[in-house]
Ligand binder design. Structure first.
Ligand SMILES: [Zn+2]
Ligand SMILES: [Zn+2]
Length: 151
């Protein structure tokens, strides 16, 4: 596989870099309570793939890991410098989970499904139901109306 077909990722402070090689096993939003806590967001946006398609490129010494004692699969990794969530090897060691927001390139693949939909945040709203500003409200007065065709 050529180098161009790989995707690269990094944390917010730039100390940690990694690369992944498609294909993805799946790409999904996970609304489980652990993913919501670990990301601080409504859901995780996770690419799942076999561990041998993943490599740390730099800064592995800055990567922390947390494993809830009671989880079978779930763990989380993060940059000890900036706190960004980072790819984590499942406890089973059968898959690596890539937080898609840490990718430096835009993958051609897109999410395929929602997991743990019944656990979603009570305040979760479909993005296309909300007004969308191009940047900050007040900086751009133009509100984009998202239609189902544009998403
Ligand atoms: Zn960092
Ligand atoms: Zn989850």
């Amino acid at each position: 596989m050529t180098k161009e077909s790989r995707y690269h990722g990094s944390c917010l402070c730039g100390n940690v870099h990694y690369e992944i090689t498609p294909p993805f096993s799946t790409f999904q939003y996970c609304h489980c309570s652990r993913c919501r806590k670990a990301t601080g967001s409504a859901h995780a946006s996770n690419i799942i793939m076999p561990p041998d398609q993943f490599n740390w490129l730099s800064g592995e010494e800055h990567v922390g890991r947390y494993e809830p004692a009671e989880s079978k699969h779930f763990a989380t990794c993060f940059c000890k410098m900036c706190g960004s969530t980072l790819p984590w090897l499942a406890k089973t060691k059968k898959a690596i989970v890539i937080p898609a927001g840490t990718l430096d390139e835009s993958p051609k693949e897109t999410p395929e499904r929602n997991l743990f939909w019944d656990s979603r945040a009570s305040w979760y709203q479909f993005p296309h139901q909300l007004p969308a500003f191009k940047t900050l409200p007040g900086k751009s007065e133009e509100v984009c109306i998202l239609s189902s065709e544009s998403i």
